[in-house]
Ligand binder design. Structure first.
Ligand code: SF4
Length: 364
């Protein structure tokens, strides 16, 4: 392994080392790599105690190494706020990172099918106008360890409060995951490792606003995760008004990348359409959406808008949502309406962080 690569691995947190990196790290430090399995297990599964105490069952050389300055550190996530929704199905966690940056992780679901929605960046460069994170701008990418640590935090909460475990991961929190491709893939490799949390790859969804180079990379990636693409507009002009990145990666190219992905991976592509009253919720929009996806193995998720302070828009009436969905269904496209659980906890990405900042500045 080239020395530059070793250095970059050592800067990563323990949680962000995949199994082979951990083996290399131990070997490089003079510790027998045969102990990597026990250490990986302790980092990813023994969540009831902090490291290095969680490793006190490990062999002495490993314990000494973990306590040395040479060893990678555990990701120091500090819970800043946790808000449950009124219906109890959604818990949003605001977590502070070592540099003071804050990200959100959301725990959603029911016993037996809990999902963690994870952030991939601090802020986001894509600038979607209706999104609280987009309104913040981009600060930095997260490391693999910072992404994994969010999932471990949710798993720890589930175990402690409900005796449950995490079943699904969605990369749908703050940030565009395909804009932070390698750390996101490294994190998912770790979270799907059967020596760790062992989340099935089919239970992992990656949501993108249409980062075409990332979709192309994902099509070549050895694992098959679910791909969810946010559309929101059926023409370049309509879409660019909501999703500015459409000017760089226009609709026709995006749909071609999705068709290629579906063909290469032999997988259905999920399309998200945020319904905004009077903007993209008419019968005509529904018909044009159906036309765009004709012939593709696709599923449409309709999401009535989660209101944000920085965007003057509202969700349509339920009857309009139903009428929109009927047109989609009649065209032969499967679809679902995502229930707006968690609005009372500001569960749209970035909303809890903004709500807290507003309260601190007297705005909210
Ligand atoms: S919707 Fe997603 S891609 Fe768009 S600004 Fe928000 S976090 Fe970024």
């Amino acid at each position: 392994m080239p020395s530059g690569e070793i250095q970059s691995i050592k800067r990563e947190y323990l949680e962000g080392l995949n199994f082979s990196s951990l083996e290399s790290c131990l070997e490089d430090s003079g510790v027998n790599p045969v102990h990597a399995k026990a250490l990986f297990n302790a980092v990813q599964r023994r969540l009831d105690r902090a490291l290095p105490e969680a490793c006190d069952h490990l062999v002495p050389p490993l314990q000494r190494w973990l306590r040395s300055a040479e060893a990678p550190q555990q990701c120091p996530l500090v819970p800043v706020a946790q808000t449950p929704s009124a219906d109890g199905y959604t818990h949003k966690h605001l977590l502070r990172l070592a540099d003071g940056a804050e990200v959100e992780a959301v725990q959603m679901g029911f016993p037996g099918r809990f999902t963690a929605c994870l952030s991939s960046q601090v802020g986001c460069a894509m600038g979607c106008v209706f999104c609280a994170t987009g309104q913040m701008g981009f600060a930095r990418h997260l490391t693999a360890g910072e992404i994994v640590a969010q999932a471990l935090h949710v798993e720890r909460q589930l175990r402690a409060t409900q005796g449950e475990r995490l079943r699904n991961i969605v990369m749908m929190g703050m940030g565009e995951p395909l804009h932070n491709f390698e750390p996101t893939m490294q994190a998912l490799e770790i979270l799907t490792d059967n020596r760790g949390l062992n989340i099935g790859p089919a239970r992992v969804a990656i949501s993108t606003v249409g980062h075409i180079p990332g979709i192309e990379q994902l099509a070549r990636h050895p694992k098959r995760y679910s791909l969810a693409v946010s559309l929101h507009g059926a023409s370049d002009a309509e879409r660019a008004a909501l999703v500015p990145i459409n000017k760089k990666w226009p609709l026709a190219d995006l749909l071609q990348a999705c068709r290629d992905y579906s063909r290469i991976k032999r997988a259905r592509v999920f399309f998200a359409w945020t319904l905004i009253g009077g903007v993209n919720d008419s019968d005509d929009h529904a018909r044009r959406l159906a036309e765009l996806l004709r012939g593709m193995d696709a599923h449409v998720n309709l999401i009535p808008l989660n209101p944000t302070e920085g965007f003057d828009g509202a969700a349509p009436a339920d009857s309009r949502v139903r009428a929109f969905q009927e047109i989609i269904q009649d065209s032969g496209l499967p679809s679902t309406v995502r229930q707006r659980r968690g609005i009372d906890v500001a569960a749209g990405c970035g909303q809890l962080k903004v709500a807290r900042a507003n309260r601190a500045s007297g705005l909210g």
